[in-house]
Design a protein around this ligand. Structure first.
Ligand code: 6PG
Length: 257
């Protein structure tokens, strides 16, 4: 493991990456629950977090330290598909982790994507956030933990390059039209993602090396590399990346020979 001063931790491989993420997640839970009664996490979708989710339930050294009944699970983004669909981020997390840990239904705050109107899905989720976090209009929720991924095009959550959702600063949740999918994605907006106490990016594989270098060391062009929008307002930002993904980093990551 190598740690750089800009919050990037380079791990040997994907397994070490998930293990480190699990350690950080469990530590954040115990710190937060030493101050309050419940812990809120916004999960990412895609493939990279799958190993982490299964580790949190399969490895006793983690699962035994997680008071699952005190954890409230939300999503940073979701595909506009039914919760039974194999593309569903909820379904992925439920099958691999939530159902295995017998997480109570009232602790699972999924986006109601079975609704055909994606704008209504976003409005409904915004209402759920306002109620859960007891917010008044204009206030932002403070997630204890926000897990994010990085797409090969530089997107994070469902904030894709060149999309309207990138510039939304008044809504907590939007239905973001993504041309290449000819579909809406439901996503938390950048102000909400940035308002978490701890933000952790999980980035694995050599196919992410080029975009990771651009996001971390390239010019600031969030319209092209939306992950650059993630600048915590008050919290901590940790980039967990494996060697393969870090292979093109200059000053930040892998030491050059
Ligand atoms: C989604 C995600 C998305 C994901 C990236 C990386 O719904 O797809 O939330 O933002 O984190 O696309 O995905 P991989 O981990 O599969 O590379």
């Amino acid at each position: 493991m190598r740690k750089t001063n800009s919050g990037i931790i380079v791990l040997e491989d994907a397994a070490a990456l998930s293990y480190k993420a699990a350690e950080i997640f469990v530590r954040c839970i115990s710190e937060a629950l030493s101050r309050r009664a419940q812990f809120s996490v916004a999960l990412s979708g895609g493939s990279t977090p799958k190993a982490l989710f299964s580790l949190l339930v399969a490895d006793d050294s983690f699962s035994n330290k997680i008071p699952w009944d005190k954890i409230h699970f939300f999503w940073g983004d979701e595909r506009h598909v039914s919760p039974q669909d194999e593309q569903s981020n909820f379904r992925m997390a439920d099958e691999i982790m939530l159902a295995q840990a017998h997480v109570r239904a009232e602790n699972i705050h999924r986006m109601r994507t079975e609704q055909s109107d994606s704008a209504k899905v976003a409005q409904g989720y915004e209402k759920e956030l306002l109620e859960f976090f007891q917010l008044t209009a204009g206030q932002l929720p403070v997630f204890d933990f926000n897990l994010l991924g990085l797409g090969p095009d530089g997107h994070t959550a469902s904030l894709f390059p060149g999309t309207k959702g990138l510039y939304e600063h008044n809504r907590l949740v939007v239905a973001n039209w993504v041309e290449k999918f000819q579909a809406h994605r439901i996503t938390l907006t950048a102000p909400v993602l940035n308002n978490a106490d701890t933000i952790v990016f999980l980035v694995s594989g050599k196919e992410k090396a080029e975009v990771l270098q651009k996001v971390l060391e390239g010019n600031h062009q969030p319209d092209r590399w939306p992950a650059q929008l993630i600048q915590p307002i008050h919290g901590k930002l940790i980039w967990l990346v494996d060697q393969a993904a870090a292979s093109r980093l200059g000053g930040h990551g892998a030491a050059r020979p």
